[in-house]
Design a protein around this ligand. Structure first.
Ligand SMILES: [Zn+2]
Length: 452
């Protein structure tokens, strides 16, 4: 069956997204209830029964289900309703104005991920309007709180309403967009996520008058050593399966990439040198690869000192550490503790804030093959690759119970670029109307081919 673009829903989908962006769901505090209510109206007017599940005051998730005959597996179209903060002063337009201009819908969440929520809803509506009979259940869930770890969203639903949202397969955020390597489009399907360890290090010193300094008892100077030690730590290179597949797909027809990538695979300890050399020609691509072959440890918040002339007795720094599939948080923390012990064991404390182990979904599935085949119908000659994501998404909760989850927000590149994350969480976030139509059309076809 030939694939086609649903150009006729252009205005409808643009309006839904614009309205959704106008509901400010910056998390914290979230306030996703209003967005969930809006979507309930949209879906109810199309004849769907929706359920709004509140997890806290003004925090809500919306779920609806299209029953299949049970002859095929179930599929969940997942998205989150909350967004990260936007500093209006840095934007050229109001981030919560829902502006439609120059072929784009502008605003916080356009890419991450209200655009995808809208696409999933449109797919849902179109399946019903076209009277498509499904053999597997299709569930739609737009949740709260993803940007703060899903405690009031996916995690809450998983703990309290698992039967309502669990599915054999899940489509979520994290991949789907095309990247270009030498004029060739390669679409990504996110099948793995690095694990997260958020921790805080506290250093202690002795307070006193700053006119009589002592380098050995100053909490800030000690913290300086901590930061230096942890950020200079050079972990071993690891090449998870999805990364190997990613490198292979990127390198097709490119002798220089083929040579560099096979050198890395043959000799992981040399990866820094090989990547440095490759960066001379492919700086953006190397920026994407580096955090995918190693553990990263990055300071993100620092607090210390009380007054201009008082020696600081305390300093604390929060670190964001990301580990690869195959690594464990337990072992990584041991390494971190050993590194800190080398500096000073008495005046350094470590506090764990959050731990999420890495997650992976296999790619030798019929569902993965369906996505690849639909993409090739829409964009003949394109490449498709699994993607290991450096960040985390709600997919982790579903992978833990055995669901196969793919991050797949089908999107053509607005501008030729090998970068994977571009304007998500950034200034002047926007999505083209062309991509809203493309995303809807591709996802519609994927769902139809997989569930019919
Ligand atoms: Zn997101």
């Amino acid at each position: 069956m030939p694939t086609r673009l649903f150009d006729e829903v252009k205005n409808e989908i643009t309006t839904i997204l614009s309205n959704l962006i106008r509901i400010n769901t910056t998390n914290p505090p979230g306030n996703e209830l209003e967005a969930a209510n809006y979507l309930k109206n949209v879906l109810s007017s199309e004849g769907f029964d929706c359920e709004i599940i509140k997890s806290a005051p003004k925090r809500a998730n919306i779920i609806t289900r299209m029953k299949g005959t049970g002859k095929k597996p179930s599929l969940l179209l997942l998205s989150h309703l909350d967004v990260v903060a936007a500093n209006e002063k840095q934007w050229s337009i109001n981030p919560f104005g829902g502006l439609i201009k120059d072929g784009y819908v502008w605003g916080r969440g356009a890419l991450d991920m209200k655009g995808m929520t809208t696409i999933e809803i449109m797919v849902y509506i179109l399946l019903k309007r076209n009277d498509v009979q499904l053999k597997g259940d299709l569930i739609l869930a737009a949740t709260a709180d993803e940007e703060k770890g899903g405690i009031n969203g996916a995690k809450y639903l998983m703990e309290n309403y698992r039967e309502k949202i669990s599915a054999d397969y899940v489509i979520n955020e994290g991949g789907g967009h095309g990247i270009t390597i030498q004029n060739r489009t390669i679409f990504t399907i996110q099948n793995a996520e690095k694990g997260i360890i958020w921790f805080k290090v506290k250093t202690k010193g002795i307070p006193g008058h700053a006119s009589m300094p002592d380098k050995n008892t100053n909490a800030i100077i000690l913290m300086n050593k901590v930061i230096e030690k942890l950020t200079n730590y050079n972990p071993q290179t690891i090449l998870p399966t999805s990364l190997r597949m990613f490198l292979e797909k990127l390198a097709i027809n490119n002798p220089q990439l083929i040579k560099s990538f096979s050198d890395i695979i043959a000799n992981p300890p040399q990866s820094d040198l090989i990547l440095n050399k490759l960066a001379e020609h492919y700086p953006d691509l190397v920026t994407e690869i580096r955090p995918r072959v190693k553990t990263t440890i990055t300071p993100t918040i620092i607090k210390g000192g009380l007054k201009e002339n008082v020696l600081p007795s305390e300093c604390e720094t929060t670190f964001d550490c990301r580990i690869l599939p195959g690594q464990s948080s337990e072992r990584t923390l041991e390494i971190i503790k050993t590194l800190l012990k080398d500096i000073d064991s008495k005046n350094i404390e470590i506090e764990i804030l959050q731990i999420q182990e890495p997650t992976v979904s296999k790619v030798d599935t019929k569902f993965y093959d369906t996505i690849v085949s639909v993409l090739k119908d829409f964009k003949p000659g394109c490449g498709v690759t699994p993607l290991l994501m450096t960040g985390g998404t709600d997919s982790r909760f579903f992978r833990r119970i055995g669901s196969i989850c793919y991050g797949f927000q089908p999107r053509l590149l607005e501008k030729s670029s090998p970068r994977i994350i571009t304007r998500e969480h950034g200034i002047d976030e926007r999505i083209s109307i062309r991509n809203l139509v493309f995303g809807t059309s591709v996802l519609y076809e994927v769902v139809k081919q997989f569930l019919c």
